[in-house]
Design a protein around this ligand. Structure first.
Ligand code: SIN
Length: 307
């Protein structure tokens, strides 16, 4: 059987596949279900300083090949998530906090707190598209530089950053310049493609309610954009990349690693299929690698050929 284990930012992962911060990871019960699955780590919901109800319902809709959501960061507040690593210890997996402060001070306060907690790593989410009146920091390079400068230096735990999708080579280069300077322990790319609009023609209506129906697009629709982001950053910077966006099979995971990802997260497919998705995708990846004659991820990581 192929070995699909990996070490990222000093953290050993039994496999390169785990859940994306987002779906089904808000409550302790949901996190326990991830712990009991074959997800290699337990990524917790992006949290804010205070608990949030999130946006009004309906705020998630499964689509033919993916999903649209405008959840608005419903979460229990960071103090609850600080307690969870101890309660999830029996699963023997790294627990990853995801921090999505509504201002720089909140991010700093939460990073400091998680830094002294039992989490294995922290993902700073600079890319949630669903908070009314709050632009995605990952699209404001001045602010992104400032946040990373202040936030990363205080974390004693490996701290990475979750990025929005970029579409223009100039923006990739600008973001890469900041990442080279601020040196996060890893980057996760991509978050959902923000502010998509899905319309139900029969009902002549949007399929979600918040923000006039605009929301983040996820699932298979975004796989090629996610692959492009992983590849471009792999070319531009020397920082481990966690690929996320449209992974629902072992073959998808293989493509992300071939593009340069060190690990892969699953969002929409986990939401739709439940925790068994992790075992299935891992087994499919190992079989696909065996068929190709690869025994380790390093055998093909980043080795995409351009025809
Ligand atoms: C949300 O809660 O709105 C989704 C999280 C995210 O997109 O970062």
């Amino acid at each position: 059987m192929a070995d699909i284990s990996v070490k990222i930012a000093g953290i050993e992962l039994g496999s390169c596949i785990f859940n994306a911060a987002g779906p089904k990871d808000v409550t302790l019960k949901e996190l326990e279900a991830i712990g009991a699955s074959r997800s290699a780590a337990i990524a917790m919901k992006s949290c804010t300083k205070e608990p949030r109800e999130g946006n009004e319902e309906p705020r998630y809709c499964a689509l033919e090949s993916g999903s649209i959501n405008s959840m608005g960061l419903p979460n229990l507040g960071y103090k609850e998530y600080m307690k969870f690593p101890a309660l999830l210890k029996s699963f023997g997996k790294p627990v990853i906090a995801s921090v999505s402060g509504l201002c720089l001070e909140d991010n700093i306060q939460m990073l400091k707190a998680f830094s002294d907690s039992e989490v294995s790593a922290i993902e700073l989410n600079l890319s949630c598209p669903n908070i009314k009146g709050k632009p995605q920091i990952g699209y404001d390079f001045v602010q992104m530089d400032e946040v990373l400068k202040e936030a990363l230096k205080i974390s004693k735990k490996p701290a990475g950053v979750k990025l929005p999708p970029y579409f223009d080579f100039v923006h990739f280069e600008e973001a890469a310049g900041i990442l080279k300077r601020r040196k996060p322990a890893f980057i996760s790319c991509i978050n959902s493609i923000g502010n998509a609009l899905v319309i139900d023609a029969e009902k002549e209506a949007t399929v979600i309610r918040p923000k006039g129906g605009f929301g983040g697009l996820g699932g298979k629709y975004i796989k090629y954009t996610a692959l492009a982001n992983v590849r471009k950053f792999y070319e531009l910077i020397d920082i481990p990349i966690i690929g996320v966006g449209g992974v629902s099979s072992g073959r998808d995971a293989f493509e992300f690693i071939l593009a340069g990802a060190s690990a892969v997260q699953i969002g929409t497919a986990f939401m739709e299929e439940g925790p068994s998705v992790f075992a299935r995708v891992q087994d499919e990846l190992a079989s696909f690698m065996a068929r190709k004659g690869y025994s380790r991820l390093d055998d093909f990581r980043g080795k995409l050929k351009v025809i």
